[in-house]
Design a protein around this ligand. Structure first.
Ligand SMILES: Nc1ncnc2c1ncn2[C@@H]1O[C@H](COP(=O)(O)OP(=O)(O)O)[C@@H](O)[C@H]1O
Ligand SMILES: [Mg+2]
Length: 233
């Protein structure tokens, strides 16, 4: 079953149309990647899915429910998590405080979840009391993901978690993403980096606000024309 369905979505800012009718689906339990060059509309798509922007046209379904135009906080409450590309942590707060902030809309006991997040990111455990602003880039990304996980999302939207990281750290982040999938979290991973084709079950390519290709990750990796046109190879 598709946990997320985007149907013919048109969206943008002010009078500038960025997405010109994009359709895609994310199957439950999978990692699905969206790749595309800078400025292709990847972040705009995530903002529209998560309710930060309203689609001008088209529909978005989450777990079969039409969520088009619904506010982000409500979408978060029904099981979608979003890790933005930038400003995804509070640098002046500690690691622990950042994770606690992630749970702010939870009314139940989230302490056990905090321990689970520390188990997934053991490096963060040793830095509980450090200010988030003092962490390395890789650790900040893990913290940002950890914050979103505090709400136990069924679907996690990740906007370029590998940006600015050395290849070894990119692998470390991707390993955790695979682990999340093993724990039952569905992941929609937006990346510019073709390295992101190593882990997904399925991938889409976006350019100029339009879907240019879709298929199995291996299939897209082996397609020389796609590599040349969209993945900078
Ligand atoms: N807040 C904004 N206001 C106006 N235009 C924006 C805004 N954010 C992005 N854009 C424009 O929308 C287009 C797509 O941007 P974006 O979705 O961020 O692409 P990507 O994430 O693929 O790099 C770009 O032309 C960008 O300049
Ligand atoms: Mg972006």
């Amino acid at each position: 079953m598709s946990i997320l369905r985007v149907e013919d979505v048109v969206s943008g800012y002010g009078s500038m149309e960025v997405l010109h009718g994009v359709s895609l689906g994310v199957e439950e339990g999978q990692i699905v990647s969206l790749l595309g060059p800078n400025g292709s509309g990847k972040t705009t798509l995530l903002r529209t899915v998560f309710g930060i922007l309203s689609p001008w046209k088209g529909k978005i379904y989450f777990k079969g429910e039409d969520i088009s135009g619904i506010a982000a906080e409500r979408i978060a409450r029904i099981g979608m998590g979003y890790v933005p590309q930038e400003e995804n942590i509070f640098p002046s707060l500690t690691v622990q405080e950042n994770l606690e902030m992630g749970a702010f809309i939870r009314e139940d006991d989230w302490q056990p979840r905090l321990e689970e997040v520390y188990e997934l990111f053991p490096d963060l455990t040793d830095r509980r009391k450090s200010r988030a602003g003092e962490l390395s880039g890789g650790m900040r990304q893990m913290l940002a993901i950890g914050r979103a996980l505090m709400l136990n999302p069924e679907l996690l939207l990740l906007d370029e978690p590998s940006t600015g990281l050395a290849p070894r750290l990119v692998d470390a982040i991707f390993e955790r993403i695979v682990k999340l999938k093993e724990q039952g979290v569905t992941v929609f991973l937006v990346e510019q980096n073709a390295q992101a084709l190593q882990i997904p079950d399925k991938a889409y390519i976006l350019e100029g606000g339009e879907k240019k290709a879709e298929g199995g990750a291996q299939e897209l990796l082996e397609d020389a024309e796609i590599g040349r046109l969209y993945l900078g190879r």
